[in-house]
Design a binder for this molecule. Sequence first.
Ligand SMILES: Cc1cc2nc3c(=O)[nH]c(=O)nc-3n(C[C@H](O)[C@H](O)[C@H](O)COP(=O)(O)O)c2cc1C
Length: 324
Amino acid sequence: MTDITVKVAGLELKNPIIAGSSGLTETVEGVKTLETAGAAAVVLKSLFEEQIMNDVYETIGAAQRMFLHPELSDYVKYFEEKDAVAKYLDLIKKAKAAVTIPVIASINCGSFDKWVEFASEIEKAGADALEINYYHLPSDPTVTEQAYLATAMNIAKEVKKYISIPFTMKLGYYSDTLAKDLLTISRTDISGLVLFNRPFYPDIDINAEKIISGYPYSTADEISNSLRWIAILSDFAETDLIAATGVHDGKGIIKQILAGAKAVQMTSSIYLNSSSVIKKSLVELTDWMEKKGYKKLDDFRGKLSRKDNSIYDRVQFLKRGKEE
Ligand SMILES: Cc1cc2nc3c(=O)[nH]c(=O)nc-3n(C[C@H](O)[C@H](O)[C@H](O)COP(=O)(O)O)c2cc1C
């Protein structure tokens, strides 16, 4: 009998597929659908502090148009935030009541104190775990990489002081010192690293000459970047690694586990192929394991990590044939 259960980031999962944070997980119905489809856990849509602030600016804008006093701002912010957080906590409670799989909440904040405040509220609402959605684009030439790393470390340290549920960090890959940064972050009290988040990409509509949102979904080819870094990190990271971006099917799951991942997150593939892709991927995984004679995921986890495969460090294309 093939065993595809996994202990990852403080959770016991019936299989290695976690439905990633997205619009698919922002309602109780969505969460139920993913459980029925076979997902082992879900990450709820993130609670974004930036979204709350955008709503505040919209409300204040409307208020000003109605000739109300601009000093309403603090008042509006307080109530807007309270309302958004209350709705999110309600989603956690209702999702927990509706499904038996672990429910992982997700937050993304701009101001330091909000990470801790939201995390504490989320634990009280009953989430099984928390994903810290900490994304960073190094677009400010005055900010050093050390500042980014220090902030991530401080968030991990502070959040740990206030909550006892497991929490992971979902990061991006923009850093000159990525291996060192990820190793350093893996040594904090986090339960796992989710590598990587896929950024929002801007695009330009050349007819309207307007900036628009780029295509939001990954392709299966995009697996290569997280595959490389999971393989590199799995030999020395001091926390569990969860692969994200470009995992579209069973093959993607097998590749990531061979590289060293404990579990994977899937999002785009569920949008593009419907939630039935989860069961199909699990069948693909177990069929492959049976064919290869593997009884459990640990039997092949990390078999193709970087340890004996320096090819993961290669960025140049050498003469064809030589690299194969
Ligand atoms: C429509 C959409 C909404 C998303 N919303 C969130 C979000 O709220 N929080 C988050 O951490 N990631 C969010 N993501 C990113 C996904 O969780 C995931 O990390 C990314 O899509 C890469 O994985 P994939 O290749 O399986 O899609 C979103 C992705 C999509 C396509």
